[in-house]
Structure formats: structure tokens, C-alpha cells
Design a protein around this ligand. Sequence first.
Ligand SMILES: [Zn+2]
Ligand SMILES: [Zn+2]
Length: 142
Amino acid sequence: MSNDNNLNISKLREHINRLERFLNVWEQLDEEILTSTNSASNDDNGRLLTDRHEILEAMEDVCNEFSGDLRTSQINMLPSYEYNVDKSCDNQAYCAVCINDLVSKELIRKLPCGHNFHAECLDKWLQSHETCPMCRTRVIDG
Ligand SMILES: [Zn+2]
Ligand SMILES: [Zn+2]
């Protein structure tokens, strides 16, 4: 588990480093645009503005990746365990995401509300939702 966390932190740090590099390039472009307004041709200014626009889009992509990885870290903090039909006292013996029965030895996540899901199914669901698929209890912040 701690290995996973380290992996996530270095991944998040990587995004921030990329963001910082883009920000530096953006700053340079901004200065170029400011200083070249009078002397440079319209073509040059157009190119600079296009470059700046592309940097902005690239930064947006990095931010999306960043929040995706942040979400993954949050999901990974939810407890997971190997399902055991014999030991389970839960009435709910199926996964509401894929509507398949829970089978022993499958990796399961149990939410604070008490509902069980295949870890794989739930993780996919939680990438775009913040709530339990069954009872809508909020499980992800933000
Ligand atoms: Zn499932
Ligand atoms: Zn629930």
C-alpha cells in the first residue's frame, strides 16, 4: 500500500514539474509578445499567440491528468479485500455496477455505507462519480 502511495506522489510531482516547465515557456512567450508588438510583423505575432494558446491547452491536459491521478489516489485509499462467500455475512452478494455475483477470491471494495463492489468496477465508476452506485452516499471529496 505504501508503495502505491509513493508511486502516486512521484506521479503527481511529475505533473507539477511539467506544469512549471510550461509556465516558464508561457512567461517567455508573454515577454516576447510584449516586446515584439511594435517591431515584429503580424505573422510573427500570430505565431506567438498560437504558441501561447497551445501551451495553455497542454497545461489544461496536464491538469486533467493531475486530477485523474488525484482521484485514483483517493480511490486507492478505500479498503479492499478478497471476497469470501463463506465468511461474508452481507446480504448483498452481487456487484451493482456489472450486475454479476461476487465470487470468492475476487478483489472487492467495501464502501463506508456497507455496499460491496468489484474493486475494478467501482474504481472505474468512481473516476467519473463521487457517490456509491447503490445508495448515492458520497464517498469521494470534491
Ligand atoms: Zn462488478
Ligand atoms: Zn452505498
